[in-house]
Design a protein. Sequence first.
Length: 530
Amino acid sequence: MTNRGAVTRTIALAPLLGLAALALAALTGGLSASFIDPDESSHYINTLFIGDWLRAGLPSPMTFAQDFYAHFPKLSIGHWPPGWYALLAPLFAVLRPSPFAAAILSAFIAGLPASLVGWGLFRAGASRLAIAAAFVVLLLPLEVESARYFLLDQPVTLVVGLAGIAWLAAADRPSWWRYALFAALAVFATLVKGNGVLVILVPLIEIVLSRRWALLADRSLWIAGVATGLLVLPWYLISFRISAGGFNYAPGFAYAWDSLVTNLKAVHANIGLSGMFLVAVGAIHHWRDARSGPVVRLSVAVILATLIFQAIVPVALVDRYILPLLPWCIILATLGIRSLWSFGAVFRAAAVACSVGMLVPPAIALAHETAKPDLGAPAIAQTMIDTPGIWLVDGRAGGEGAVIAAAAFADRGRRQIWTARASQWLSTSDFMGRGYVLTARTPGEAAATLDRLGIRGVVVVGERLRPAYPHSVVLTQAVETPGYLQRRTRFAIGPGVTLVAVRATPVTARPDLLATGSGSHNFAAMTGTQ
């Protein structure tokens, strides 16, 4: 099948995969009205910020951002690039979706990278297996988890994959516009998420694997490469000081080895030894095949680019960072099944056994999947709207963010409430929570901070029925007084309890302190612009 035919079929398949991923997320209890992953609320707030900025008529971006951060201090563009947020922002500007609606949208988008498998197998001539293999991808443990969370890993997987397809088209039939398309997708991949930079390695690796040395003499390729660098470099020069604060390791051989081992274990956890064996068979047997060989070499290039990039950049050892390589592993594994089937009766039995073995990890993971916790954030946000003023929110990053995200949606862009993070005002730490120091050591000191800020109400999220931090205990004791009306509610789903405490009498709010406070309290410190 030609590349154009493969693309046409893939476009038709993609929405079905999105709906399947959404259905699977719903069936496994992965759709919650409360964001619970630490990053989910930040991604939602970042997108909502740009959407509200569009709705406001494009005022001064820094002034608008500073005001937005004072109200909802989960704004964190800089720690993550703005590409994906900007893409979704027009939709957010028009519809202004709730966190729950955003979770539905995210689950649908999470199914789209599986269409890369369909494209690869359509292009390789394995059309009968393409659709089935694409739906199998959705069952992999990391794929199921990615559909349950509002994160950037599936979007970057999709864009990196599209860039890989664009590169293969350019390498097969070089032209200015094909190189330009790859460059545009490569730029966008790097602006979706930091590890999107791995796409820059794909052409280098694919040229070596395919021995397309003549491409290196093509001036168009170098112009596209320089243009990509010029478009990407400024953002990363600006944001590196901020995002580097999230690096958890030092670069070097030790980290590279740990990264390789960890990521290969993650691959094993998703497709098992049977799947890894099929990947090897598919790559070796189809390497020089005129029809499937280009897809095989591109698949290997994306897999190697992902592993190499993760080994070089010491951000963290997190399984979901290998998501960009999983669709390409399934392409090779499916070709491996096809190869074994073509070898004869004995090998057909091996193909069936390996196929079943590859499905064991997904089956086990699905059997142990549980519903996401739901702390009932929308109801808490409604209480905050009904009692406008400054609210101090406490909890681990996930619970704290869930409340702030729900409040940002409920506020409807009117800026009638402010939310402050207890972790910033009663303690100190860096962006990753490291170097924690309790600054309000007694209930009296915590109460003094509440009075100084003019806090109208307090929300304390206790996941797993435990206080999040030492300052959580101090804060709880500070509001367990006659001066506050307290209400405790259990999580709607999962173990946990939330304390909502509202002052019995009004207090003068000091929102000016939220924007101009010292240290980690203010917008300048968050963005690295001070």
